[in-house]
Write a protein that binds this ligand. Structure first.
Ligand code: FES
Length: 174
């Protein structure tokens, strides 16, 4: 096991000369326990990575799911003029605590979606170069101009749409 450190016999003998035998035994016990503990912890981390979510963190709820300012229903997400075409604003749904994303499409229209990937819950992000919402975990790709339909990767369904409305030169959650 890569995490288990071994100690040469001469190290143990030299410790024995500096300390009593009882103390050496206790120290060896502690060192072994620490090494085994790290090995188990390391194995758990590696096992966690083996499900393919190494590139991004799954969103599981609570604070991990938040992104940007909290926005309640009928509150403004952003001033329309502050969001350039082909860009996005991340925010947090104040009711659910989940990340959502407001996208201003290349044609100037606004759309908003849940930013939680429908595959295994990683947070998606808008990529202006491809004009898509992309999940870092397994490459799930959604087209915000087409109802966030899945255009690549394993997600089983589109991102849920969020109702918004424009008024007074601002974009609001409905
Ligand atoms: S969590 Fe797998 S593609 Fe998003």
């Amino acid at each position: 096991m890569a995490f288990l450190r071994t100690y040469p016999v001469q190290d143990i003998n030299s410790l024995g000369k500096e300390m009593g035998d009882e103390r050496v035994s206790r120290e060896l016990f502690i060192r072994t326990a620490v090494a085994l503990g790290l090995g188990v912890a390391g194995g758990s981390v590696l096992a966690g990575c083996s499900n393919g979510t190494t590139a991004g963190r799954p969103v599981t709820g609570g604070s991990e799911a938040t992104s940007g300012p909290r926005v309640a229903p009928r509150e403004a997400i952003a001033a329309a003029s502050s969001v350039e075409t082909n860009s996005a604003v991340s925010y947090t749904n104040a009711e659910t605590g989940q990340a959502e994303v407001l996208v201003r499409l290349a044609d100037g229209r606004f759309v908003a979606y849940s930013a939680v990937c429908t595959h295994q819950g990683c947070p998606v992000a808008y990529k202006p170069d491809t004009r898509k919402l992309v999940c870092p975990c397994h490459g799930g790709t959604f087209d915000p101009a087409k109802g966030a339909e899945v255009v690549a990767g394993p997600p089983p369904r589109p991102l849920p749409a969020v109702e918004i409305e424009e008024r007074n030169r601002k974009v609001f959650r409905s």
